[in-house]
Design a binder for this molecule. Structure first.
Ligand code: ATP
Ligand code: MG
Ligand code: MG
Ligand code: MG
Length: 471
């Protein structure tokens, strides 16, 4: 029998409890006492207080299942098998207690031992930093992994600027050649470029301090920080083609099938819509449960954009009324056992989501009016809708550019695309300038500002920079 997502989460906590870790509850997505982050985006983000010594933990060994939001991955959502804007990170942590060897031994035992996950060890690959001979030797000599499965990667160094940092080691699962015919080691990394080798777990060995002046000095205490994506490991266990085909998503997708009358699994384009909507409703539900609300700035703006983006994708499924709010109960059914506040606050969350959806549908109607004015002018003139006008419609009235193009085509008109792109580029440049001065909060919202609705897939992320963990 295949483990469910809920069972995997529990098994992870149980395994590390059995090895003397204390369970730290999943913290709210809205950071407490930390204005460097827009959202909690990893397990370690809520434990910084222990890593930087502000608080001494009751027990130096900690385990958690932490809710995380990463808007910087949004362009991948619906297009890769493995990215979400909301996901759960399973992590074990050592605050000056065990270091590399135990971290590696524990991870390996959890993944491969028959009493726990029991993966076939021959399907696992690991990466290490080229200079991290300690990690290399542990994988080789203690674990007994063949050297051909240990891949040296320059980018395997965890560094977020000032603060603790160090090399890391990631574990990949080989999902088989029917996913991709690339071969390790060269082509498997960064994992983003293929759907065969799936990064499941990241082990960070913090052993240096990145000082203000740019120098690195050894830390007095060495720490361990790990993170494994629950949805990803569940997809491997359940032999699911993507994270969206696990039991963590299927009930949500089935509900969208019911509302839309469309079927999941028949066309790539429609599947993307199913995936995006099911992803975004989880993010929105959990964020509102944790105290965020849609608005025009910061976190609230992220929620607003996510809801609008999902509504845009719902057009592909021929849905033309508020519907997302009904999915909140399904999210509660799937996740409520471990996250009771999602169920407890369901009716409030539904009200908020429904209000947002309806407001956006009205916006679309209003935009339609303005579009009609532009149309009449273009029909009487050069049969082109100016890029500036299309941009204004998008930027000021929230009317998606794709809709302008779609309607223009129906009316026998053209839209000046290069003019639109020019305006868009100028806006992104302004955001980039804001970012220069910026903290991670701005970085996240800048990423978000630069996304069109619905986003066009521009390829997998090209930087292997691991700093995304702390955006
Ligand atoms: P990837 O290279 O696949 O984008 P990552 O290296 O950015 O992942 P980490 O920052 O190392 O991810 O996060 C630790 C773990 O959390 C990853 O190994 C993965 O299992 C999971 N994870 C990271 N980002 C996402 C996401 N956007 N959606 C789902 N799971 C994620
Ligand atoms: Mg990675
Ligand atoms: Mg990683
Ligand atoms: Mg990433």
């Amino acid at each position: 029998k295949k483990l469910t997502g809920n069972e995997v989460r529990q098994m992870f906590l149980d395994y590390f409890k059995a090895h003397n870790h204390m369970v730290e509850p999943s913290a709210p997505l809205v950071p407490i006492d930390d204005d460097s982050l827009l959202w909690i985006n990893s397990g370690v983000a809520t434990l910084k207080k222990y890593f930087d010594g502000r608080v001494v933990p009751e027990n130096p060994r900690i385990v958690n299942a932490q809710k995380a939001i990463r808007t910087n991955d949004i362009e991948n959502v619906g297009f890769t098998a493995r990215h979400h804007t909301f996901f759960e990170m399973l992590g074990n942590f050592s605050i000056g207690d065990y270091f590399k060897e135990e971290a590696i031994v524990r991870a390996w035992e959890f993944l491969t031992h028959g009493d726990w996950i029991g993966f076939d060890p021959d399907l696992l690959y690991v990466t290490v930093h080229p200079e991290d001979t300690d990690a290399l030797n542990i994988w080789k000599d203690v674990i007994g992994l063949d050297e051909s499965r240990i891949i040296r990667i320059e980018g395997n160094f965890w560094d977020i600027g000032e603060g603790p940092c160090g090399p890391n080691s990631e574990i990949f699962y080989d999902r088989g050649e029917h996913y991709d015919t690339v071969t390790p080691p060269e082509e498997m990394y960064p994992g983003g470029e293929n759907e065969r080798y799936l990064e499941i777990w990241n082990l960070v060995f913090s052993e240096f301090n990145h000082n203000k002046d740019g120098s690195y000095t050894p830390l007095p205490k060495q720490n361990i920080d790990t993170g494994m994506g629950l949805e990803r490991i569940a997809s491997v266990i359940q032999d699911a083609k993507t994270n969206f085909d696990t039991d963590l998503f299927t009930p949500i997708i089935q509900e969208i099938e019911k509302v839309s009358g469309q079927k999941y699994g028949e066309s790539e384009e429609l599947d993307t819509a199913f995936k995006v909507i099911s992803d975004h409703i989880r993010t929105v539900t959990f964020a509102i449960a944790d105290g965020a609300l849609p608005s025009n700035e910061g976190r609230g703006y992220v929620l607003r954009r996510l809801i609008r983006r999902a509504v845009r994708f719902s057009k592909d499924l021929k849905i033309d009324k508020a519907f997302m709010y009904n999915l909140v109960d399904v999210v509660g059914d799937v996740m409520g056992e471990f996250y009771p506040n999602v169920k407890k606050k369901a009716s409030f969350i539904k009200d908020v989501v429904k209000g947002e959806e309806e407001r956006f549908l009205t916006t679309l109607d209003d935009g339609m009016q303005i579009y009609q004015g532009l149309r009449d002018r273009a029909l009487a003139g050069d049969k082109v809708i100016a890029g500036k006008d299309a941009f204004k419609l998008y930027d000021t009235y929230g009317f998606p550019y794709e809709l302008t193009v779609e309607y223009a085509a129906l009316d026998g008109l053209e839209v000046d695309e290069s003019g639109f792109t020019e305006e868009m580029t100028a806006q992104k440049q302004r955001a980039r300038e804001a970012r220069k001065s910026g903290d991670s909060m701005q970085v996240q919202s800048e990423t978000f500002h630069s996304i069109t609705e619905p986003s066009v897939f521009t390829g997998y992320e090209t930087t292997s920079s691991e700093s995304s963990l702390l955006y």
